[in-house]
Ligand binder design. Structure first.
Ligand SMILES: [Zn+2]
Length: 433
């Protein structure tokens, strides 16, 4: 049966959808409706529709295996890249899903090791990365539950994992294997392993070992080659040698050749002068042409095996915050299908809170008393939902710009998102506008 969340998406257009009789009690609705009809996460018990403009394997919710490959291939063939946003809370995740639906596009939601730990709570002991593992799993279930509700395809990923953090990924792989036993798909879509600080042979060897394990359950590996400069999530590469910020075509070919022996399910984060964070223009310059040269070099080496577009490699763009749109779009032309966004959405989230505080400053200084009177309560101003929603709104807006820069709009072919209905407001009226 192919009843899906599209039933609810298309309700406004008059399509048929499950609608309980008015007299039906709530309990019997719960008993009668399928999980899908009731908007409860499907957990393998309902078939999900595909999208008008995407390969039929791509469905709303978290993708893995062939569906994930088909989406990434679609991006490469159609000249767009998917934004990959670092999230640290359910609020940030919801902003991503809302932005994806508004832009009619897929999204990649990713957790760093630090972000995973934060998701679990920084008051929790993180020995052996237990909190980071549990936090990422918790975030994964949130994404799985809500992605289907927003009706967008999501790639659920984890960001940089250096050698010392491998136990974190080991824990997440175990979680995906367990999930696979129950549902026939992994919990996550993909993981990044970043051994760019190690010798290239070791980097490739460890990645291949992980790919053996991951490809069995439809997980994709993102590997890093060369170093992303700057600083992010406690990894400080601000002082690395300039030449390490640029990958060589021969190295990318070496990686391609070795990883292809295991599985096609990988992407490469090659270095082309990328820097994490936003800084004043310095002496490091983006050189997306490096990716183009690598595609040409590898195509020549593999001859007949090269795909028609002569772009054998799917590249990932790290450190894209603050980049020129022309560099971004050149990189997409050269085979970039994913661009990471962290710094810019950190700012947009904060900016929403900052502007909220500025607007309502005099109502946020105590529980009681504001310019309207010493005895006036301020509850509806300091309710954390208010400033967090303001942060979500500015983040959705910022992601709209990212979607435009990445040429990743109107990809799914869904009708425009209708305004949300039945949204509960504050109990004692909304804030003045
Ligand atoms: Zn990165």
């Amino acid at each position: 049966m192919k009843v899906s969340i599209f039933a609810s998406l298309f309700l406004a257009a008059g399509a048929a959808a499950f609608a309980p009789a008015a007299s039906t009690s709530r309990l019997s609705v719960v008993l009668k409706g399928t999980a899908n009809e009731l908007g409860i996460p499907c957990e393998d018990e309902c078939a999900l529709e595909s999208f008008p403009n995407l390969p039929p394997s791509v469905h709303p919710g978290v993708l893995s295996g062939q569906a994930q490959m088909d989406l990434l291939q679609h991006a490469k063939e159609n000249g767009y890249a998917i934004p990959a946003v670092n999230c640290v809370s359910s609020s940030g995740i919801n902003a991503c899903l809302e932005a994806a639906r508004k832009n009619d596009a897929p999204i990649i939601i990713q957790f760093s090791s630090g972000g995973s730990q934060f998701y679990g709570g920084k008051g929790l002991d993180n020995s052996n990365y237990a909190a980071a593992i549990a936090g990422a799993v918790s975030g994964a279930f949130h994404v799985r539950t809500m992605a289907e509700q927003y009706g967008v395809p999501v790639i659920l990923h984890t960001d940089h994992c250096a050698k010392k953090l491998l136990p974190w990924i080991d824990g997440l792989l175990a979680a995906s294997e367990r999930y696979y036993e129950q549902h026939g798909e992994p919990l996550f879509s993909s993981h990044m392993i970043d051994l760019s600080e190690e010798p290239i042979e070791e980097n490739i060897e460890i990645c291949k070992n992980y790919m053996e394990r991951m490809s069995k359950i439809g997980l994709l590996l993102e590997m890093e080659l060369g170093i992303t400069g700057g600083e992010e999530d406690g990894v400080d590469n601000t002082d690395v040698a300039l030449e390490d910020l640029y990958s060589k075509p021969e190295e990318i070919y070496q990686v391609y050749e070795e990883l292809e022996k295991v599985s096609p399910m990988y992407t490469i984060a090659a270095a082309f002068g990328n820097v994490h964070g936003v800084y004043k223009p310095g002496n490091v310059k983006l050189e997306p042409e490096i990716l183009n040269r690598a595609q040409g070099y590898i195509s020549e080496k593999i001859g007949d095996k090269a795909p028609e577009d002569k772009k054998p490699v799917m590249f990932v763009f790290h450190g894209g915050s603050g980049s020129d749109v022309s560099d971004i779009q050149n990189a997409i032309d050269y085979g970039v299908i994913k661009m990471n966004i962290d710094t810019d959405t950190q700012w947009s989230y904060w900016e929403g809170i900052k502007n909220f505080e500025a607007k309502y400053h005099d109502y946020l200084q105590g529980q009681i008393g504001n310019p309207e009177g010493d005895d006036k309560p301020n509850k509806k101003y300091y309710d954390p939902r208010e400033c967090m929603r303001a942060a979500e709104v500015t983040t959705v807006e910022r992601l709209g710009q990212a979607y435009a820069d990445l040429k990743c709009q109107n990809i799914l072919g869904l009708p425009q998102m209708a305004d949300a209905e039945n949204v509960l407001g504050p109990r004692r009226g909304g804030l003045p506008v």
